[in-house]
Design a protein around this ligand. Structure first.
Ligand code: F6R
Length: 608
């Protein structure tokens, strides 16, 4: 995710901004920029690439001034480029803004501003905010910020700077983090504590809707109506490394807990109330889709598991046959792909070599191609005909967690979208699903709170040699992901089976005390799953069941039950995987494994 740093004081701002931005580098970014005010003028320097490129750019003519804002960008709207880098300005250069998040209604606002004569230079959503400031400016900086906030929709942390009112920075947030660092004769703003920890440990943690006016000697916080808000000082007692992880012990855990936000970001602009799900970036028509006779989903590892869930959605809602392939198999099996095929590649990084090769092969064979990826401007995003982004933000731990759940969400939304387009999905069910999806971020939050029980299981069974995961239908796809997660970070041998398949061989391995995780969230196959559960119980396995709240029957059969909040069965994978992520994490911890960097594995596999 993007990083924000702001400084106002008596020292030169540029080195402080660059240093703060370097503390956010670990989060991943593709471009960087600063804006510094000096003697009536704001200088903006920005460029694509690493911070060193920006340092090189300002070498010898470093912007001088004691107030400035800086930004490291992780592209969401518009590919990584000099122009798309932040800070963004209005036409005059008097209003400057840095932004993390997504301005949902930016297209409409941009059109209106262009009609009024504003000249846009970037493809970003953020630039509208700077132009809006200029458009609405009434001589009062704070009042104008409030007017802008009434108009923009979406999620943001924003810092505003104005040459017209140069003794202050104004910042605010909604659904994105923002902190203010309190100094002596100087103050700091940052999206994350590591950026300011070298200067101060006294902070205000900003809440949604709060607007702070920050001068070098004061911080004044109010809400949009002007009601003053008195903030409590939060003393940061983490060391720099812990601060990078947001106080979590590992990036993996931090990323697990970032899932509610990742879900909200991925839904932004696509799901709204009961309205039909939309993908502005696709804008498919029923006619266009009529020519597609088959969909191929191709991916590796965890992304492949998301593809398996995607098959289910697309077949069920859109009634199109879907084949899911492991990319390294697809590319060498002479696939029967042609111009009537749609190939969807799913990839967090957008760079995985086998998946990229599969995409190229499908293009060569004349298929239409779509990339579902998390990295804007990645190879797959550039090479596929179309791209749908998952907005998980940077994923640093090798084991994929929030990237996976955002992939599931995108596949779900695509299924409902295409089903609606083709008229194969009952509109009533489409509405039901759309509404239920909007509860998922909060339900993820609730599920993740239920961690104590999982810690106990991890201690009890963390020393086991083998573990099995069973499920039917969507639960089977999630079981595969649960087993992969457990083996990759805890090194416990884990296997997932379609529950009905167990007795065709593997049941021979079920002996006394073996932990078997049974997923039972799917009502249509529930009774059959319970029969399979009984089969393993009869061999004295220890059964941990994952079930929906309200399911009392399962408590009579399983040794332990982990409940997830009640949801539509189609959405259950988004919740059922969470206890499996946590179980893997805590099992790995119990075994003393290097959770974020498991042995022999790399985050992005760019070799065959
Ligand atoms: C497992 C994991 C990997 C990746 C796989 C594909 O936790 O992260 O299995 O899912 O290497 O990577 P992407 O999604 O970048 O193509």
């Amino acid at each position: 995710m993007c990083g924000i740093v702001g400084y106002i004081g008596t020292k030169l701002a540029t080195p402080i901004l660059l240093d703060g931005m370097s503390k956010l580098e670990y989060r991943g970014y593709d471009s960087a920029g600063i804006a510094v005010y000096n003697e009536g003028h704001i200088t903006v320097e920005k460029c694509v690439g690493r911070l060193d490129a920006l340092r090189e750019k300002v070498k010898g003519h470093m912007p001088e001034g004691t107030m400035g804002i800086g930004h490291t960008r992780w592209a969401t709207h518009g590919r990584p480029s000099d122009r798309n880098s932040h800070p963004h300005t209005d036409d005059s250069g008097d209003f400057v803004v840095v932004h993390n998040g997504i301005i949902e209604n930016y297209m409409k606002l941009k059109e209106e501003l262009i009609a009024k004569g504003h000249k846009f230079v970037s493809e970003t959503d953020t630039e509208v905010v700077a132009h809006l400031m200029a458009d609405l400016y009434n001589g009062d900086f704070e009042a104008t910020v409030k007017e802008v906030l009434k108009i923009i929709e979406g999620s943001y942390s924003l810092v505003f700077m104005s040459a017209k009112d140069p003794d202050k920075l104004i910042c605010t947030k909604k659904d994105n983090p923002l902190v203010i660092g309190l100094g002596e004769g100087e103050n700091f703003i940052a999206s994350d504590i590591p950026a300011i920890i070298d200067h101060t440990r006294r902070t205000y943690i900003m809440s949604d809707g709060e607007i702070a006016t920050v001068t070098k000697d004061s911080v004044w916080v109010q809400d949009i109506k002007g009601t003053p808000i008195s903030k409590k000082v939060f003393e940061v007692n983490w060391n720099a490394e812990a601060a990078q992880k947001g106080g979590f012990e590992h990036f993996m855990l931090k990323e697990i807990y970032e899932q509610p936000k990742a879900m909200r970001d991925t839904m932004t602009g696509r799901i709204h109330g009961e309205e039909p799900i939309k993908f502005d970036e696709l804008n498919w028509t029923p006619e266009e889709f009529a020519g597609i006779s088959k969909i191929f989903i191709v991916a590796c590892g965890t992304a492949y598991h998301a593809g398996l869930v995607g098959k289910y959605y697309l077949e069920k809602f859109a009634r199109i046959p879907v084949e899911v392939d492991i990319a390294s198999e697809f590319r060498y099996r002479d696939p029967l792909v042609d111009e009537n095929s749609l190939l969807i590649v799913v990839s967090q990084s957008g760079e995985t070599s086998d998946t990229l090769a599969a995409l190229r092969e499908a293009k060569r064979l004349g298929a239409r191609t779509l990339a579902v990826t998390n990295v804007v401007g990645s190879s797959m995003a550039r090479e596929a005909d179309q791209v749908v982004y998952t907005y998980a933000g940077p994923e640093i731990a090798v084991a994929s967690t929030k990237a996976y759940t955002t992939q599931l969400l995108v596949m779900f939304m695509l299924g409902v979208y295409v089903g609606t387009l083709r008229g194969t999905l009952d509109p009533k069910l489409a509405k039901e699903l759309t509404l239920a999806a909007q509860d998922i971020p909060e339900q993820i939050h609730q599920t993740l709170e239920n961690v104590d029980q999982i810690k106990v299981f991890a201690t009890q069974y963390g020393s086991c040699e083998d573990a099995f995961f069973l499920g039917r239908s969507l639960d089977y796809a999630v079981a595969l992901e649960g087993a992969l997660k457990l083996k990759e970070i805890s090194y416990i041998h884990a296997e997932a089976y379609a529950a009905g398949e167990l007795k065709h061989g593997t049941l021979a391995l079920i002996v006394e005390g073996v932990p078997v995780i049974v997923l039972a969230t799917q009502s249509d196959v529930y009774a059959k799953t319970i029969s399979n559960l009984k089969e393993v119980k009869a061999r004295d396995a220890v059964v941990i069941a994952i079930a929906q709240e309200g399911d009392e029957e399962i408590g009579k059969e399983a040794d332990h039950v982990i409940y997830i909040p009640k949801t539509n069965k189609f959405l259950a994978p988004l919740l059922a995987v969470l206890p499996l992520q946590l179980l893997s994490y805590y099992a790995a911890l119990t075994r003393g494994c290097d959770v974020d960097k498991p042995r022999n594995l790399a985050k992005s596999v760019t070799v065959e």
